[in-house]
Design a protein around this ligand. Structure first.
Ligand SMILES: C=CC1=C(C)c2cc3[nH]c(cc4nc(cc5[nH]c(cc1n2)c(C)c5CCC(=O)O)C(CCC(=O)O)=C4C)c(C)c3C=C
Ligand SMILES: [Fe+2]
Length: 337
């Protein structure tokens, strides 16, 4: 059977213009695994409120980070795909969960190359309804409807894979070399607390306060919060960071529900107020730099820190198309083939 790979990332609007941002946000936020309320309420919230207010502000934010070649997230994902393709003998496609580079197009291109068996690689280290699950569910629906003869498997979230932790730790070490920092903040994309409870396969394990994380449980395989804290713990161990020199927070909350805490903006504020003068920040929920890292962290986060009296604010880039990261994905592919 001829094999092929589909790398899948989140996606971006076609351009940073409000009309394209509106179209993109419409598809993204109408996903029941992103805004997980009944369809009527989601439609009212997204089409009645968010899409009438947010696209203009989001477009302005996208304009600040947009590159000549396009959206950073897309351009970086394409660079990664090209590097991986050079290292493996099977076709490597690239698709996005939302936007024009759809999963359907990505699968079609592989099928056109004669591929009969696909490994789907969601480019998210941690499982969540809004990350791995939404990609796998949509890809399986498309496969059943449009490509019934195609065999498909997916790579699970790789948050605690020792090689991934090594690649991430080495990248952080490289980018912080020669920098002084009093605190390293691990900032992950947030999700509503409700998402964590919904993904708890035991229905009773997750307490959302961390007290459950130390008790081994099958729930951890699907617990975004647990997986984020594990990445912090494993990287901190590798980098030999001492207690108090690092912490975890969650960014990008939207709406009024309780999201995972502590919030990144408030944490940066608190660190500044506590007298931390030099801080570094890493964003391991994202494998590619994007709006949420380049604007929300590198621009807004830095501004908050400086307002609180902080000096140096160092942002560690995501793994992007780092050679060791491309080689690790290639190794996973070679092992699967
Ligand atoms: C209810 C809303 C959202 C949930 C839940 C959510 C989860 C989630 N998102 C990412 C990764 C990315 N999100 C990005 C942008 C973005 N996210 C939301 C909302 C939710 N995300 C919005 C509205 C936006 C658009 C920007 C804005 O208007 O603020 C991006 C950046 C995309 C880009 O083009 O650069 C990424 C990446 C994860 C990993 C996640 C759950 C863990
Ligand atoms: Fe998001």
């Amino acid at each position: 059977m001829k094999k092929g790979i589909l790398l899948v990332n989140l996606g971006s609007p076609d351009s940073p213009e409000p009309k394209d941002v509106k179209k993109y946000l419409g598809e993204f936020l109408m996903d029941e695994r992103v805004i997980d309320v009944p369809l009527w309420a989601r439609t009212l919230l997204v089409k009645g409120i968010i899409l009438n207010t947010r696209p203009k502000a989001s477009a302005a934010a996208y304009k600040k980070i947009w590159w000549d070649e396009g959206s950073p997230l897309i351009v970086i994902s394409e660079r990664l795909q090209a590097k991986v393709q050079k290292q493996v003998d099977v076709p490597v496609g690239l698709a996005m969960r939302y936007g024009s580079m759809s999963i359907e197009k990505g699968l079609q291109e592989l099928v056109d190359k004669g591929v009969e068996e696909v490994l789907l690689i969601p480019l998210y280290p941690q499982f969540a309804m809004a990350t791995t699950e939404t990609i796998v569910v949509l890809a399986e629906d498309i496969q059943k409807e449009k490509f019934p003869n195609l065999k498909m498997e997916s790579l699970p979230a790789f948050y605690n894979n020792p090689d991934y932790i090594e690649v991430l730790s080495n990248s952080i070490k490289k980018h912080l070399e020669g920098k002084t920092f009093d605190h390293l903040l691990f900032s992950y994309h947030g999700v509503p607390e409700r998402h964590i409870r919904k993904s708890d396969i035991t229905k009773s394990h997750c307490k959302i306060d961390g007290s459950c994380c130390v008790t081994p449980s099958k729930a951890h395989e699907f617990c975004y919060r647990h997986q984020c804290y594990e990445v912090t713990r494993l990287v901190a161990e590798k980098l030999e960071l001492t207690d108090g020199k690092f912490s975890t927070s969650f960014q990008s909350r939207l709406g009024f529900d309780p999201w995972l805490q502590p919030y990144t903006d408030r944490t940066i504020e608190r660190l500044g107020k506590q007298g931390i003068k030099n801080m570094a920040i890493v964003t391991p929920a994202f494998v590619s730099d994007c709006l949420e890292t380049l604007e929300e962290i590198a621009m807004e986060g830095q501004e908050i820190f400086h307002e609180m009296g902080g000096n140096e604010f160092t942002t560690v880039p995501c793994l992007n198309d780092d050679d060791a990261w491309a080689s690790l994905i290639s190794e996973w592919i070679t092992n699967w083939v």
